[in-house]
Design a protein around this ligand. Structure first.
Ligand code: ADP
Ligand code: MG
Length: 294
């Protein structure tokens, strides 16, 4: 490959909304046969909305929203922002302060609000704190997840208090992008920390068959390593801080331009518009560029 031809390729990339870290990046697109896609913020908009609040009998709904909203206000997770905004919109209050805020990676958040020790997150977080499950709340959670929604649990002072249901939407361009990946001979795989039911729902909606769900952020890069050790040449598309290591590990890392700086820095390519179809454009362009200069 001559440097000039490669640079022509990168110039065209800029026109298509694809920023390429260096011309040498293009070379790695030749062998890519697998494309791993993060779910939240990549296949979906990542703009989540709080759509339902279910509290245990006798639990005041406003109190549940106030404590959960206050705690989540300290987190930057898309789920957290949806909860905090939902609480402010419904209660029309300034959320109380949080002390001793902690983010438990891939599980949820904890902190002290109004003197109570509050937890918001998935079941495994509550298990860590030995909080007993509640059959009604479990049912509410399962119903939401069967519909492809995300449900998080709220507990304080050792007791489960309710379920918050949050919904995200698939980007309108995702299904078309996945069709194009297949046309390019790439097998799409959905990779997420979210639970299997939600992940499979989203995957079915956009035409992905293979799902790797309930993966801790720190294990996302290991999933890439495993695929590579099976002989696959792997592209990864992601947007979050929790995707950075996997993006760096992949043979080709693509970051959503709408995502975090950590993801962009770890990647070879940035999809400026946050449109998954640009990933297909990037691979097509790059192969075409290399094809003309052999
Ligand atoms: P993803 O891979 O989809 O971006 P994460 O690894 O960030 O997901 O989180 C995995 C799961 O942990 C979420 O689906 C949620 O159940 C829980 N979780 C993480 N952070 C929070 C939070 N701030 N509030 C509530 N739940 C959270
Ligand atoms: Mg993400």
């Amino acid at each position: 490959a001559t440097p000039t031809a490669l640079l022509v390729g990168t110039g065209r990339g800029a026109q298509l909304g694809i920023l390429i870290k260096g011309p040498e990046v293009l070379e790695s697109t030749r062998r890519i046969d697998t494309i791993v896609l993060d779910k939240t913020g990549t296949v979906t908009t990542g703009k989540m909305t709080l759509i339902d609040v279910v509290s245990v009998p006798g639990q005041d709904r406003a109190e549940l929203l106030r404590l959960a909203g206050a705690l989540e206000d300290a987190s930057e997770h898309p789920i957290a922002q949806a909860v905090a905004k939902g609480a402010v919109d419904e209660l029309d209050i300034v959320l109380p302060e949080v002390d001793d805020f902690r983010n438990v990676e891939g599980k949820g958040v904890t902190g002290i609000v109004e003197g109570r020790s509050v937890l918001v997150g998935r079941r495994t977080l509550l298990d860590d704190w030995a909080i007993a499950p509640d059959p009604d709340m479990e049912r509410a959670q399962n119903t939401a997840e069967d519909q492809g929604k995300t449900a998080v649990l709220v507990a304080w002072d050792g007791r489960l208090r309710g379920v918050l249901v949050i919904a995200d939407r698939v980007k309108p361009t995702s299904a078309e992008a996945i069709r194009q990946f297949r046309e390019l001979g790439l097998e799409p795989i959905l990779l997420t920390g979210d639970n299997t039911t939600v992940a499979q729902r989203i995957a079915a909606e956009v035409g992905i068959e293979r799902v790797i769900a309930e993966v801790m952020p720190s294990d996302k890069a290991d999933v890439i390593v495993r695929l590579q050790s099976e002989g696959k040449s792997v592209a990864m598309v992601g947007d979050g801080v929790n995707d950075a290591a996997a993006l760096a590990q992949a043979d080709l890392g693509l970051a959503m331009g709408t995502g975090t700086d950590a993801a962009i820095e770890a990647s070879d390519l940035t999809l400026v518009r946050g449109d998954l179809r640009s990933a297909a454009d990037a691979i097509r362009l790059s192969r075409r560029t290399l094809g003309t200069i052999k």
